[in-house]
Design a protein around this ligand. Structure first.
Ligand code: PLP
Length: 359
C-alpha cells in the first residue's frame, strides 16, 4: 500500500543538525549534538512552515528547536517529575486517581517539544507496549472496575497506525466498566494531515451516545492555529468527538495575558474547549521555559476580568512525586472573620460578604 500523506510527512521531518542548519545558523553544534542525544530532534514539515526564521524569538521556533540551555540542570529538577513510575502497577500504565488511568501507547512523537516533561522517555529506541503488555493492561482494567476512563498518552498515541489505534479501541471498548476514552495528542497541532477520513471512521465506530471519545490537544500559541489545523479540528468535532486543549505556560512564548487571551479565544472559535494551562513540571533542562507561579496567577487574574468565561482554562500544577494535580487559581476570596469574607473583584475592587451566623 502506498504511504499515506501523513506518513510521507513523518519521513520528511528534520531530525539532524545538518538539516536544521539549512534554516538557521547553529554556532555551537557540539553542544546541540549533546542536547539531542538527551532528547531527540524532530520537527514536522507543517510546523517548519509556520516558523518565521527571521525572528530568533519566534514562539514556534523556541518550542521546537533545541537549545544549549537544555544542558543546564537545576538541583530541583527531576528525571520523573510527576511520579509516573511510582504509580505504575503494570508496564505502560499509570493509575493515580481511582477512576482513570494513563496508557503510554507509544513513546514516539511527530515533534519533540523542547520543554517535554516526559523527556527522559520520549523518543527512546524502546518500541512501546507489545502484545503481551497490551494483554496485561486489558487484564488489569478488567479486574479494576473502578477505572471508568482510559487516557492514551505517550509519546503521541495518534502517531500509531490506524490498525493499532483500532486494536486498542476495540479491546478497551469491550470492557463494560470503561465509559470514556481520551487521547492526549499534539498531532492536530504538528501533523494535522494525520486526521484522515479513515481515522475519523475508526473513532466513530468506537463511540456512541454514552461512550464518548475525547481528544485533548496541545496548542500553546495562536500562531499554531493555521488553516490545516482548523480543518483537522473541524473533522474531529464534526464527527462528534469532544476536543479540549491543554498546554504549559512557557517563558517568552505565551506568558502574557494578550497572547493567552488570543489563544484561548481562537481555540474557542474553532470549537476547542480550553481545559488546562499547566505550570511547567520540574523536568531536567527545562528551566529556561519556567514561569514563576506568581506571574502565572497574575496573568489568570487579568484574564478573569477580560476574557469570556467559556474560553478560560484552569491553571494547574502536577505535584512532584506523583501526588496528583491541583489548581493554582489566583485567590479572590479571603476568610477574615467567622462570618466575613474579603473578596477582590476581577477589576481590583475590594468587597465584603457577610454570612449569617449559624448556631
Ligand atoms: C494528569 C493525569 C490524569 C488526567 O487528569 P485530569 O485532571 O482528569 O485531566 C490522569 N492520570 C494521571 C496519572 C495523570 O498524571
Amino acid at each position: 500500500m502506498p504511504a499515506e500523506q501523513w506518513q510521507t510527512e513523518l519521513g520528511q521531518c528534520i531530525r539532524t543538525l545538518g538539516e536544521l542548519e539549512r534554516y538557521l545558523p547553529l554556532p555551537n553544534k557540539a553542544k546541540l549534538q549533546q542536547v539531542i542525544g538527551n532528547m531527540r530532534l524532530s520537527i514536522t514539515p507543517h510546523t517548519l512552515s509556520l516558523i518565521n526564521w527571521q525572528n530568533p524569538n519566534d514562539p514556534i521556533l523556541l518550542m521546537s528547536v533545541p537549545h544549549e540551555r537544555e544542558l543546564d540542570f537545576q538541583p530541583e529538577e527531576l528525571v520523573d517529575p510527576i511520579g509516573d513510575d511510582a504509580k505504575s502497577p503494570v508496564p505502560f500504565l499509570t493509575h493515580r486517581y481511582p477512576d482513570r488511568v494513563l496508557i503510554y501507547a507509544t513513546i514516539f512523537c511527530s515533534l519533540f517539544c523542547r520543554f517535554c516533561f516526559r523527556r527522559s522517555k520520549t523518543g527512546e529506541a524502546n518500541p512501546g507496549p507489545g502484545d503481551a503488555d497490551l494483554a496485561r493492561i486489558i487484564n488489569y482494567l478488567k479486574s479494576h472496575t473502578e477505572v471508568e476512563e482510559v487516557i492514551f498518552t505517550g509519546g503521541d498515541p495518534l502517531t500509531l497506525l490506524d490498525w493499532q489505534i483500532e486494536e486498542w479501541l476495540q479491546q478497551i471498548r469491550a470492557i463494560p466498566s470503561i465509559h470514556r476514552i481520551r487521547f492526549h495528542t499534539r498531532v492536530p497541532v504538528n501533523l494535522p494531515s494525520r486526521i484522515t477520513d479513515n481515522l475519523i471512521a475508526i473513532f466513530k465506530r468506537y463511540q456512541d451516545a454514552t461512550h464518548p471519545i475525547f481528544i485533548v490537544t496541545h496548542f500553546n500559541h495562536p500562531q499554531e492555529i493555521a488553516p490545516a489545523n482548523i480543518d483537522a479540528i473541524a473533522k474531529l468535532v464534526n464527527a462528534g468527538l469532544v476536543v479540549r486543549n491543554q498546554g504549559p505556560l512557557l517563558a517568552g512564548i505565551n506568558d502574557n495575558a494578550d497572547t493567552l487571551e488570543l489563544l484561548f479565544k481562537k481555540l474557542t472559535d474553532i470549537r476547542v474547549v480550553p481545559y488546562y494551562l499547566h505550570q511547567l513540571d520540574l523536568a531536567r533542562g527545562t528551566n529556561h521555559f519556567r514561569v514563576p507561579i506568581k506571574r502565572g496567577q497574575q496573568i489568570m487574574r487579568t484574564l478573569q476580568g477580560r476574557c469570556t468565561g467559556i474560553a478560560l482554562p484552569r491553571y494547574m500544577l502536577d505535584l512532584p512525586g506523583g501526588h496528583g494535580k491541583i489548581p493554582l487559581t489566583p485567590n479572590f476570596a479571603e476568610h477574615t472573620n467567622t462570618n466575613t469574607w474579603r473578596l477582590t473583584s476581577p477589576f481590583g475592587i475590594e468587597v465584603e460578604y457577610h454570612e449569617p451566623l449559624v448556631e
